[in-house]
Design a protein around this ligand. Structure first.
Ligand SMILES: C[S@@+](CC[C@H](N)C(=O)[O-])C[C@H]1O[C@@H](n2cnc3c(N)ncnc32)[C@H](O)[C@@H]1O
Length: 197
């Protein structure tokens, strides 16, 4: 069963040079996005080949960018946060592709223009079952069918904003408990659940 994770980086820098020594500051919390990639994709030895992670870098300057880590194909990315951020940084040096244009930067690492709205409409077109992760949503109780593609939307360190809420209108909101956790911890919990069901 294919798993997809969409992470919204509300302030994440989308163009230019990032400061790898200040990931939690001037880059607009690219550290949070890098941790989500790490937890989403990396096993102790190897990469999860059923998992995709799409980062949404919405903080400018200039247009938003999406970066897609395609687990089944990804090569040459190492699991440490700084190395993942380095790959994000390489994408940021390239012009933002037009919305609808998907460019492969190297094996399994793609970028594209657009934001959450585009990702969700692509996922819907591809028949992905989509869930919004929200501590205040319905208790998590997923019935899985082997052939499903399943997608989860998470925010960064900030709450979903009005434009996220509008883009996610009508989607099921699921909770992993009343306590707000960090996004990468939620990804681990979901992997554990999906690995054992
Ligand atoms: C660090 S939390 C965001 C906290 C932010 N202050 C807020 O109020 O939304 C990052 C993301 O992880 C997911 N998340 C955190 N705790 C959760 C929970 N208990 N159940 C479901 N999703 C959760 C949500 O998608 C959340 O946006």
């Amino acid at each position: 069963m294919e798993r997809r994770f969409a992470i919204i980086g509300h302030r994440a820098q989308s163009t230019g040079k990032i400061n790898l020594n200040d990931l939690a500051g001037s880059t607009g919390r690219i550290d949070v996005l890098a941790r989500a990639v790490n937890t989403g994709l990396f096993l102790s030895h190897g990469i999860r080949n059923e998992t995709h992670v799409t980062l949404h870098l919405l903080g400018g300057p200039g247009p938003s960018r999406r970066i897609w880590f395609e687990g089944p194909k990804l090569c040459g990315v190492h699991p440490d946060e700084r190395a993942i951020a380095g790959q994000i940084g390489k994408a940021l040096k390239e012009p933002v592709p037009a919305i609808g244009q998907l460019i492969e930067l190297h094996a399994g690492l793609w970028h594209s223009g657009g934001g959450l709205e585009q990702t969700l409409s692509e996922w819907k077109r591809e028949n992905v079952r989509i869930f919004v992760l929200d501590a205040e949503g319905e208790p998590f109780d997923l019935k899985i069918h082997g052939s499903d593609s399943i997608g989860f939307v998470l925010s960064d360190d900030q709450p979903f904003d009005d434009s996220d809420i509008q883009a996610m209108n009508g989607l099921e909101r699921i909770s992993l408990g009343e306590t707000w956790l960090q996004g990468h911890a939620c990804i681990s919990i979901l992997h554990h659940y999906l690995d054992s069901h």
